[in-house]
Design a protein around this ligand. Structure first.
Ligand SMILES: *[C@@H]1O[C@H](CO)[C@@H](O)[C@H](O)[C@H]1NC(C)=O
Ligand SMILES: *[C@@H]1O[C@H](CO)[C@@H](O)[C@H](O)[C@H]1NC(C)=O
Ligand SMILES: *[C@@H]1O[C@H](CO)[C@@H](O)[C@H](O)[C@H]1NC(C)=O
Ligand SMILES: *[C@@H]1O[C@H](CO)[C@@H](O)[C@H](O)[C@H]1NC(C)=O
Length: 593
């Protein structure tokens, strides 16, 4: 009874305040967005941040199943600020011609992004830290980044130099405060922005703080020479006992994955020790970020605006160290790389709550516009607002689209010991399904290798899938029932077919492309036996070549066939079946485009 009552009160007070806001713009909430760089969600990093625990996790909701869709900085950040998947922004990597700030500009996104929309609707907007890769001391003003009232951007090639960063303040020529720790520069910007924002009582504010931590240190000109992050002097030597959790997928005895991952040798003790220290350095580098969480909350509280401020905390992508025998890095579709922290506190958001409803970076721009009371329908989002207040409404779907183009990268001294730390042909599509009773990660690589992970199994349970071979006898459990693996994979592959080239509503409601009648909304619905033949005959995800970017011709067929319920047809209708390449006269069901 009691929890139910609380729930109702929360819901109605939120609805009331939302209505009130629509009529009284000055009360629109403030938004602080803290975006770390490469922070893990699977090696305990959040547990080592006491202020984050106290002010955000204890006071807000943790979205345990929040994902990035492309596990590398620039594409992921462009997705965050535009609400679009990388195959729609075509910002698919960190440097031109595939990505980076120049590509963001070239593709028109400097006129189409979250901060700009907030600014146009009356918000004061601020950004400090790293915006995108290839945003440099040379191109910072050609053109300048749009949409910010004040800014202090970290610029390449010095972005990842913790003690030698170059910054441009409000578009001025770059300066280089040598010897100053970059996260502490950010802390100062945060206080200056807050001061400026609080002086203008008539406008709400949106502040993004994007520290480098815990990203690797990258020296100038030494592309690929990644070393562990540098730590502020006051945080050196912390957590000497910490070790990376020895989960079943940590440095396993048998190789895992497919493609280049399956060729990785087991890491020896020297590397494992180095990697443990690597992660300790990452945890230490996050301490200066944790201090910012504390100082920002303190300033908001002192100014009396904390109750009307949403604070988001997330990371552009996740990180692996040692899982699947991997050297430190990201770029994979594994849970370590795609599942990122997301914690939100703010007006009406339940405190101390953990939710497992899946969400993605595509959802954050629409979520933020919604709480700011701004129209979202015209913005071409591939995601939809997250139910921050836990009040239900439209049921959320269970899928997250994942995609990657280019190379994998080993970010440590051991990763580059035997040659360039680069793994070519790391282009793949991924699909993460997360429901209460089942969870899968399915992936198709540009080599046409496919793999499936049962995310609810207590051990690593991966299958390298060879069509028609290893699938025959295997089964997976869904809703307490055993299903032939091949049937499940047929469904997942069809959903991936939709998602790999989806736009807007087809990304949000992908099952509708397969079942226009809308009577299938989930994997569980799609498993009905009556659809077996339809899914078996469906177009399959495939590649003709491994590319470094989004080259449509190399990505196989693009369109799916939709299931047609023949009850919608009169007996005289003739329907062309593009798979069988024949006209079906009065079939009971068929495939059509
Ligand atoms: C520090 O940054 C300056 C440019 O601002 C650069 O010239 C110098 O080489 C950098 N120092 C190191 C050690 O990389
Ligand atoms: C990458 O894939 C291409 C085919 O797309 C192949 O020719 C090449 O050998 C592959 N390279 C490696 C290193 O596997
Ligand atoms: C994406 O950008 C690359 C590099 O400019 C270009 O070659 C490719 O055709 C683009 N892909 C699509 C689908 O527009
Ligand atoms: C259509 O399906 C029904 C029931 O499954 C079956 O009785 C009937 O013979 C089928 N009609 C045709 C034309 O195949």
């Amino acid at each position: 009874m009691v929890p139910k009552l609380t729930h109702t009160i929360l819901a109605s007070s939120w609805l009331l305040s939302a209505t009130a806001r629509a009529h009284a713009a000055p009360n629109r909430p403030n938004i602080v967005f803290i975006l770390t760089d490469d922070q893990d969600n699977h090696m305990g990093s959040l547990d080592y941040m006491p202020s984050l625990q106290e002010h955000l996790i204890q006071q807000g909701t943790t979205f345990e199943r929040h994902y990035c869709s492309t596990a590398i900085c620039c594409p992921s950040r462009v997705t965050l600020w535009t609400g679009q998947l990388a195959h729609n922004t075509n910002v698919t990597n960190v440097n031109p011609p595939w990505g980076g700030y120049p590509k963001f500009v070239q593709n028109g996104y400097n006129d189409h992004h979250l901060a700009l929309w907030l600014q146009q609707s009356g918000y004061n907007t601020y950004y400090a830290g790293k915006l995108f890769n290839s945003h440099t001391v040379h191109n910072y003003d050609s053109p300048p980044v749009s949409g910010y009232t004040q800014s202090n951007f970290f610029l390449d090639p010095f972005t990842y130099q913790y003690y030698n960063v170059s910054t441009t303040r409000n578009g001025a020529p770059p300066t280089n405060p040598v010897g100053k720790y970059s996260t502490d520069i950010l802390a100062e910007s945060a206080q200056e922005f807050l001061q400026h924002a609080l002086e203008d009582e008539s406008s709400p504010f949106f502040i993004t703080l994007a520290p480098i931590a815990p990203h690797a240190l990258v020296g100038e000109g030494s592309v690929g020479a990644f070393d562990p992050p540098q730590v502020a002097e006051r945080h050196q030597g912390l957590f000497p006992e910490y070790k990376i959790p020895r989960t079943p997928n940590f440095n396993p005895d048998s190789p895992s994955g497919v493609n280049w991952v399956s060729n990785l040798p087991k890491l020896d003790d020297e590397v494992v020790d180095y990697n443990d220290e690597y992660q300790r350095l990452r945890l230490r580098s996050l301490q200066a970020v944790d201090e910012i969480v504390g100082s920002v909350v303190a300033r908001l509280e002192e100014a009396g605006v904390l109750d009307n401020t949403f604070i988001f905390y997330t990371s552009d992508n996740g990180y692996h160290i040692g899982q699947h025998r991997l050297h430190p890095g990201k770029t994979c579709g594994f849970e370590t790389d795609i599942n990122v922290p997301l914690i939100v506190r703010g007006p009406g958001i339940p405190a101390q709550k953990v939710t497992r409803v899946p969400s993605s970076h595509t959802d954050l721009a629409p979520t933020i516009l919604q709480i700011a009371g701004i129209e979202i329908d015209d913005k071409k989002f591939d995601g939809s607002p997250i139910d921050l207040h836990g009040i239900g409404g439209e049921p959320r779907s269970e899928h997250v689209a994942v995609e990657f183009w280019g190379y994998g990268l080993a970010e440590s001294i051991f990763g580059r010991k035997d040659g360039p730390p680069v793994y070519p042909n790391n282009s793949y599509k991924g699909l993460r399904i997360e429901a209460e009773d089942y969870g899968f990660y399915y992936s198709v690589w540009c080599s046409n290798e496919r793999e499936l992970y049962d995310m609810k199994a207590s051990h690593i349970h991966s299958q390298t899938l060879e069509r028609g071979k290893s699938l025959i006898d295997a089964t997976v459990t869904i809703n307490g029932k055993q299903w032939p693996l091949e049937k499940v994979v047929d469904r997942l592959d069809a959903l991936m077919m939709v998602l790999k080239s989806c736009k807007q509503q087809t990304c949000i409601h992908p099952w509708r492309s397969l079942h226009p009648s809308e009577n299938v909304q989930s994997l569980s619905d799609a498993l009905a036996t009556e659809y077996d033949e339809f899914y078996r005959g469906q177009v399959k995800v495939s590649f003709t070549k491994c590319e470094s970017g989004y080259i449509l011709e190399s990505e196989g067929p693009q369109a799916v066939h939709a299931y047609q319920d023949m009850r919608d047809y009169s007996p005289d209708d003739e329907i062309y079946d593009p798979l069988k390449q024949q006209v079906l006269v009065n079939p009971n069901w068929s495939l059509w485009e």
